[in-house]
Design a protein around this ligand. Sequence first.
Ligand SMILES: Cc1cc2nc3c(=O)[nH]c(=O)nc-3n(C[C@H](O)[C@H](O)[C@H](O)COP(=O)(O)OP(=O)(O)OC[C@H]3O[C@@H](n4cnc5c(N)ncnc54)[C@H](O)[C@@H]3O)c2cc1C
Length: 406
Amino acid sequence: VLRSRRVKSYDTIIIGGGIVGLALARELRARDAKRTIAVLDKEPALGRHASGRNSGVLHSGIYYPPASLKGRLCNEGARLMRAYCEEHGLPVAPTGKLIVPSREGEDAQLDSLLERARANGAQAEIVGEREIAELEPEAHSASGRALFSPNTCVVDPKAVMSHLGASLRDSGVDILLGCEFRVADDDTLLAGDQRLAYGTVINAAGLHADRVAQLFGCGLQYTILPFKGLYYQLDPNAPIKIRRLIYPVPDLRVPFLGVHFTVSTTGNVYAGPTAIPALGRENYRGTEGISPRDLTSIGATIVRQYASNKQGFRTLVHEEGRRFIKRYFADAARALVPRLKTEYLVPCTKVGIRAQLFDREKQELVMDFLVERGERSLHVLNAVSPGFTSAFSFARYVLDGLDRAA
Ligand SMILES: Cc1cc2nc3c(=O)[nH]c(=O)nc-3n(C[C@H](O)[C@H](O)[C@H](O)COP(=O)(O)OP(=O)(O)OC[C@H]3O[C@@H](n4cnc5c(N)ncnc54)[C@H](O)[C@@H]3O)c2cc1C
């Protein structure tokens, strides 16, 4: 397949320069100063997809089953990422987070979240009405109880990406931008107009990770089902001020957290993101990024899941689909902050798409991070939230696995 050209050779080539690819390059470099490493990204700059478009929340590990990778890696990842930001003078906002029942009957779920938090090593406590009012006067709990996570904080994802990119370059990692991986054979691959020889390939291609894996004969039972996250900004002139993160009690059958409030490191307040099935992997706006191939496969999966209602998919589509309409979006946000008026929410350009993996054999959304190995390749699939938080601990986990297998 590959015509002969001048070949540059690397011990490890990482496809995808999102936070996962960069964290893996950093960990590889920390383990071996001599290894030759290249990170390829098809975009002209780092952070053009999920890693530069997320809420920047360093989750503390509350939601995930203790045996899962998310449960095992999130808390440690948050500690490492926060330390990285503090060490390099990157902004960290110590907001803490309240999880509040937004309707009756969610208290038992709040207690299970507390148990999960404890099992995962995350600091969290149940607080009552008085403490809620002190912690975040705008937050409302339907039951008068909430789960408070004091360590949850917010970083600036774009600042992290650009600092990490620069420090990797300084450590001798080649970051090749505008360089789209297209095809590989046993020891070389074509990316952009370059032919590169590799020892090992690591696939961290986010929204395209399934297709990249499949070119190496891996991940055959999976496909990406993209979910769009739209945000509104709280008008800075609105007569309500929010200083902490406020989240609803999530439906744990699906890997989304529900519309919530986050505060950026500069103090901007956002409501969102939604989790609406997107019609294309990079369908950020209007009809952009929709291909006939994706449309057919995504459409068919949505229709099938809707019909079977597995994992409560029908409820998800109904609730999230309505949130395209501002009035319904505002209703979801108001369930957490009753004084919010619809007009306090102003449109903003912030939008991200989750690279959610769908298992075609089991016909369900994959809930945990997933790593598959090929002969000389390794594939990171389903690096969804808390993927940004967990990037450094995840990189250690992945490379420990590779070292053990070597
Ligand atoms: C709306 C939203 C909010 C989120 N909020 C949070 C949060 O608050 N906290 C948290 O921890 N996580 C959050 N997440 C999840 C987090 O953003 C992701 O887990 C993380 O960014 C995934 O990183 P990645 O490197 O796998 O993917 P990406 O950032 O998507 O990087 C993949 C890269 O691969 C490149 N690529 C793809 N195909 C090719 C190819 N063929 N050749 C070369 N390059 C290619 C792309 O250009 C891209 O840059 C959120 C996600 C979304 C969408």
